[in-house]
Design a binder for this molecule. Structure first.
Ligand code: 5CA
Length: 438
């Protein structure tokens, strides 16, 4: 995109309403604008990040055989009356009536709806197991929406649901999803650590929160250094093999990790001192096994091999896709601005024309822009170099290709890596190769 033709309204001043870095930077870099308390419009650059995160999440869900669907945002209240949650949910649920006075609600999550869909379509044990997900907007009327998209009222979630014939099957689905999550977060360029969470009324030991390390996080965390060392993408775990899932789960749960609420001093003392890590974190995912909590009251059954009815065992698995935009920024920024991981940056590179109107720099910039296409944001504004440098740092593109008149006269550009700040002078071809190769 050409910056002069784009709606990327960067701000020099820090907006007064923003208390934490990611909220400030998302407003200053022109990613989002608030339209009502806890509700945001995604502007072009912000939407690209949101989509990129969604795409990584999608690919890793698909890779474990989880099928994508798209359920509506509006749900009939009757479904929630069947599970008993319509009254239980309280004022966080946004309730609306249609013109026929029928009760609807804006979905805060989709357990009831997916259970209803399976109830309509699945009749035999042969049709299970099933895993389904969607990436859809949710609404929760939070009392205190804050920190920008991190605690919004309307927010984008990936929510997945598993249906198995028995507990052993449900455990496999749970572990498979957990492996997909470790891969997903690593691809997003963040360190996420799974921590045992409260399971609520269902009990059991199968609920984990995934916490990204960031100094401004809401919860204190304690964990074994092992979590920083494992490369989940390289690790040899086949998500379709029960023995691999067992090995994966054992390795992961043998490492200590807990939020401050669940911290166990005795277990912590057993972690070798040089492997103890403490920090703060942000919850970006949460997974649950809950057995027959919805299938039973809602009457989801399938015929077993002997004709007897089986009530499926379920789990649900959430990732905060819009929250992740803020959480990644919390984990990856400096005083100058955002430092996007390559995998989710809105643009791979910014092209900075330091002398707008100059024939030589203009020609080089046009060449770069033609080759990079949608990967580049071309800063073609008639602005001082300092303004362009500051905005590029603020927006956090992994690469900046700086085209100044002196280098341009010799066919050279300067390539800057945002993350480490290194700069090198290169030919146009070499700069392109670096940017596209990374
Ligand atoms: N039904 C389950 C799993 S699908 C569920 O709703 N889990 S949840 O409540 O933990 O939400 C899943 C993820 O959504 C959270 O881990 C968090 O990352 C994100 N999330 C929850 N509430 C908000 C919010 N108000 N704003 C932004 N993201 C949120």
């Amino acid at each position: 995109m050409r910056l002069t033709r784009s709606l990327i309204p960067t701000l020099k001043e820090t907006p007064a309403e923003a208390q934490i870095a990611s909220h400030r930077l998302m407003l200053r870099a022109g990613l989002v604008r608030q339209t009502a308390a806890g509700i945001y419009a995604w502007l072009p650059a912000g939407l690209r990040v949101l989509r990129n995160i969604g795409q990584v999440v999608r690919e890793e869900q698909d890779a474990i055989g989880c099928q994508e669907v798209l359920m509506p945002t509006l749900q009939p209240a009757d479904l929630w009356r069947q599970s008993g949650r319509y009254d239980a949910y309280g004022p966080e649920m946004l309730r609306v009536k249609d013109r026929h006075e029928r009760d609807l609600l804006y979905g805060p999550t989709n357990e009831e709806m997916i259970t209803d869909l399976l109830r309509q379509s699945v009749k035999s044990y042969r049709e299970l197991p099933q895993m389904l997900y969607h990436i859809q907007w949710k609404f929760r009327d939070e009392v205190r929406p804050r920190f920008g998209v991190m605690r919004g009222r309307e927010f984008l979630m990936k929510d997945a649901y598993s249906f198995d014939l028995d507990y052993a099957g449900a455990v496999l689905s749970y572990r498979r999803m957990m492996l997909a999550y470790m891969r997903t977060f690593q691809r997003l360029g963040v360190k996420a650590i799974p921590m045992v969470a409260d399971t609520g009324p269902i009990g059991g030991d199968l609920s984990h929160e995934f916490i990204i390390l960031a100094p401004t996080g809401e919860s204190g965390v304690f964990f074994d250094a092992g979590f920083e060392e494992i490369d989940w993408l390289a690790a040899d775990f086949d998500a379709s093999k029960p023995e691999d899932l067992e090995r994966f789960f054992t390795q992961m749960t043998s490492l200590y990790a807990a939020t401050d609420e669940k911290h166990d001093a005795a277990a912590w003392a057993k972690v070798p001192a040089d492997r103890r890590r403490e920090g703060r974190g942000i919850e970006v995912g949460h997974i649950f096994y809950f057995g027959r909590k919805y299938s039973e009251p809602m009457g989801l059954t399938v015929a077993g091999p002997d004709g007897a009815q089986i009530i499926p065992e379920m789990g649900s698995y959430g990732i905060g896709v819009s929250r992740l935009v803020g959480a990644v920024i919390e984990a990856s920024h400096d005083e100058a601005g955002i430092i996007w991981p390559d995998s989710i940056a809105p643009f791979r590179a910014a092209i900075l024309n330091l002398k707008q109107g100059d024939a030589t720099t203009g020609a080089i910039c046009e060449t770069l822009y033609a080759k990079l296409g949608a990967n580049a944001l071309y800063d073609d504004r008639d602005e001082r170099a300092g303004v362009k440098f500051n905005d590029a740092d603020l927006m956090g593109h992994p690469w900046q290709i700086v085209v100044g008149p002196r280098g341009a006269a010799n066919g050279k550009v300067e390539l800057k890596r945002r993350a480490g700040g290194e700069r090198v002078e290169l030919s146009v071809e070499d700069a392109l190769a670096r940017v596209l190769g990374a």
